[in-house]
Ligand binder design. Structure first.
Ligand SMILES: Nc1ncnc2c1ncn2[C@@H]1O[C@H](COP(=O)(O)OP(=O)(O)O)[C@@H](O)[C@H]1O
Ligand SMILES: [Mg+2]
Length: 366
């Protein structure tokens, strides 16, 4: 008796969960079908968060807007053809994929752009640190773990997962030459990735359950510093008698010379070079970005009725010192923290009202 009741409840729960998943899927598919932002509209939205990188953001917005518009259109048609069967629709939809490679120094907004864009489109986003990866069979993460992360980010819903974005951070660190000092070759890691990028039916084995997860529609964005890649490109350009900015001429062949697998890099047809941030960019991040770290501090202090203000000179001073850190925009957080730490301890409960930070105050704290 007890057993039968519990079996019944279990069935009800499972039924409910299935219903939830179905609704989730339907909503996610609907969101993509309705996606109608133009590349310039998407860029305009990204601009509110990501400062600088004008050219790069243009290329990325175009690639992402086209990817999801294309996927939405194909899904719409496939759903009509397949009578509301999302599974079949996703399977039968084929879209040429425009995976994106972003080359640029640390802390210049490669990951940030990718994450913000995914949020703006409304799809799942996972961030993978490639330095933690190794060949299957060795200790470390491998390509299948990416699928699990994607599934988790999608709330366990494989349909939603299949439409998400995977960001492969520090992809340059799996170049064969870079990791050759380890007993694990970067080549193996790159081969594993290749398999994943090709979007064949992957299986996530959860023991009790096997989940089939296609990466056919997943948008992959890879980022890396690729130190001295410019030298490689410039050398080729001069050999071929090409003049101009190396960033406009980056090719798969150059990345192969760097130590990347040619086949892998070929799967990233959209190649973007991000610039190092200038001191002015850093100042603009503080004063103009919707994701400014200063806004976060101001918000924290507001909770104690303290109204944090930085003078223009103070912002310039913070930007200057952050630049010296050599970690891009990450330096801003380091510097702000050093400037504000004492006050964050001292002020709450003892002071309310305006709290103005000027350049002298910044200098006195560093
Ligand atoms: N161009 C930028 N505009 C605004 N904020 C930025 C920019 N670049 C970096 N940031 C800030 O610095 C943090 C680290 O940047 P991130 O994108 O992770 O660097 P990376 O280029 O190494 O991937 C971001 O979370 C963001 O807050
Ligand atoms: Mg990063």
């Amino acid at each position: 008796m007890y057993d039968s009741v519990s079996a019944k409840s279990r069935q009800r729960i499972e039924g409910k969960m299935e219903g939830m998943q179905e609704r989730q899927t339907r909503e996610a598919v609907q969101e993509i079908i309705e996606f109608n932002r133009t590349p310039s509209e998407l860029k305009g939205q990204i601009d509110q968060f990501v400062i600088g990188q004008g050219k790069g953001k243009k290329v990325i917005s175009t690639a992402i807007a086209f990817h999801y518009r294309r996927l939405g259109k194909a899904l719409k048609e496939a759903i009509v053809d397949n009578g509301d069967d999302v599974d079949a629709a996703l399977k039968n939809t084929s879209t040429p994929k425009a995976n994106i490679l972003i080359v640029g120094p640390t802390g210049c907004g490669k990951t940030y752009t990718s994450e913000i864009a995914s949020q703006l489109v409304g799809v799942s986003f996972v961030h993978e640190d490639m330095t933690r990866f190794s060949e299957v069979g060795y200790v470390g993460r491998n390509a299948t773990d990416i699928l699990v992360d994607l599934l988790v980010a999608a709330g366990g819903n494989p349909h939603v997962a299949q439409m998400g974005v995977v960001y492969l951070d520090e992809i340059d660190k799996v170049a064969s030459e870079v990791v050759s000092y380890k007993d694990v070759s970067g080549k193996g890691v790159q081969k594993g990735l290749l398999h994943l990028l090709d979007g064949v039916e992957n299986v996530v084995d959860l023991g009790r359950e096997k989940i089939f997860l296609s990466t056919k529609h997943v948008l992959f964005i890879a980022g890396g510093a690729f130190e001295n890649l410019d030298v490689i490109v410039k050398r080729r350009m001069s050999r071929q008698g090409i003049e101009g900015n190396w960033a406009d001429y980056l090719m798969t062949a150059d990345l192969a010379v760097f130590g990347m697998e040619r086949q892998l890099m070929g799967r990233f047809p959209v190649k973007v070079v991000y610039d190092g941030l200038t001191t002015q960019d850093l100042k603009d991040i503080l004063s103009k970005s919707a994701g400014s770290p200063l806004l976060a501090y101001a918000g924290d202090l507001e909770a104690w009725d303290i109204d944090l203000e930085f003078t223009d000179d103070a912002l310039a001073q913070v930007a200057l010192r952050a630049q010296e850190e050599g970690t891009g925009a990450r330096g801003l957080i380091t510097i702000l923290h050093r400037v504000l730490l004492d006050d964050m301890y001292r002020l709450p409960g003892n002071y309310t009202g305006e709290f103005v930070v000027d350049a002298d105050y910044v200098r006195s704290k560093l």
